[in-house]
Write a protein that binds this ligand. Structure first.
Ligand SMILES: [Zn+2]
Length: 71
């Protein structure tokens, strides 16, 4: 891989890393669904650590039955 591509990938990964760190630093809400407040399934968190919705709310969101919370 040439250096330019490598740098671009690095930048994207670093951005993602910062986002994740922010999510984790918000502690109180991490692992909790921002919509219903229920604990997000641990398996779901393993697969999608940056998720903010539990499976039920995510499905509703995708079907347009739920409005995305503003925070
Ligand atoms: Zn939920």
């Amino acid at each position: 891989m040439d250096k330019k591509k490598l740098e671009a990938f690095k930048k994207r990964l670093e951005t993602r890393q910062q986002e994740l760190r922010r999510t984790v630093n918000r502690k109180g809400s991490f692992g909790e669904c921002i919509s219903c407040g229920k604990e997000i399934n641990a398996k779901r968190l393993e697969a999608v650590p940056w998720t903010r919705h539990c499976i039920e709310c995510q499905e509703k969101l995708e079907k347009g039955q739920l409005e995305e919370a503003s925070r």
